[in-house]
Design a binder for this molecule. Structure first.
Ligand SMILES: CC(C)(COP(=O)(O)OP(=O)(O)OC[C@H]1O[C@@H](n2cnc3c(N)ncnc32)[C@H](O)[C@@H]1OP(=O)(O)O)[C@@H](O)C(=O)NCCC(=O)NCCS
Length: 204
């Protein structure tokens, strides 16, 4: 399905109780490298094994927003407001063939357990429904990633039973569960809404 009024976000940011989400930039790489490189608490739970060199992150962060045949993706830095520190990153991929967005996120170990991911994921879900006009928001979670499952459930996403998929991680097959929330479910849950600052154009 194409042509459902796809928006392209030129810039988006939001400030809320604990966090500031703003577009990721190459200058974020060194703070991110310290939190991700050789940090199994992060890389055991995501398909990517993390960066080997800080330059890899610089290049990858400079490339967002990113366009492929399948999606337009946006990545945000999560800045903890209390400290001003770079705490993690979140991303949203807006699929081109279907009105669906998928989420990704990580929060560095020193910043975990403070509600930052829950706040950020809530904001991304809002952005997806209000600004990208998708009908469904999805995330894929490795089996056993209870912290991430909790974040998704607190944000209103539910497991799609019987829709497990597998991926390869360090030579092993890993089961991933799919979590999702529809636009109707989100509207009915009367979620708290954050004040996103967005400039957008139409992509098609
Ligand atoms: C998942 C992750 C983003 C959570 O970040 P966070 O900022 O600590 O999350 P929050 O503080 O918002 O919420 C975490 C929730 O999980 C709970 N939790 C943490 N570890 C848990 C565990 N082992 N079992 C059950 N619940 C757990 C916390 O208690 C909290 O729930 P609560 O508010 O009801 O107490 C972070 O742990 C991370 O980056 N992990 C590695 C990368 C990753 O898994 N990314 C997601 C891929 S799908």
């Amino acid at each position: 399905m194409t042509g459902y009024g796809r928006a392209r976000l030129e810039r988006a940011s939001v400030i809320s109780e604990r966090i500031h989400l703003r577009p990721i930039i190459a200058d974020d790489a060194s703070a991110a490298f310290a939190l991700i490189h050789e940090q199994p608490a992060i890389t055991d739970w995501i398909e990517w094994d993390g960066p080997e060199r800080v330059e890899e992150l610089e290049e990858s962060y400079a490339a967002w927003p990113t366009d492929t045949d399948e999606m337009t993706g946006y990545m945000f830095a999560v800045i903890e407001r209390a400290s001003g520190d770079w705490a993690g990153s979140v991303d949203i991929r807006h699929l081109k063939e279907h009105p669906v967005a998928t989420l990704g996120y990580l929060i560095g170990s020193p910043f975990q357990g403070r509600g930052l991911a829950t706040e950020a994921v809530g904001h991304l879900v809002q952005l997806a429904f209000e600004e990208l006009s998708v009908l469904l928001v999805r995330a894929e979670v490795f089996e056993g990633n209870q912290a991430s499952i909790r974040v998704l459930e607190k944000s209103g996403l539910r497991r799609e039973e019987g829709r497990e998929i597998t991926c390869e991680k360090r030579g092993l097959q890993v089961t991933k569960h799919i979590y999702s929330i529809s636009r109707v479910e989100w509207e009915l849950s009367a979620p708290a809404r954050a004040a996103w600052q967005v400039s957008a154009s139409r992509a098609d």
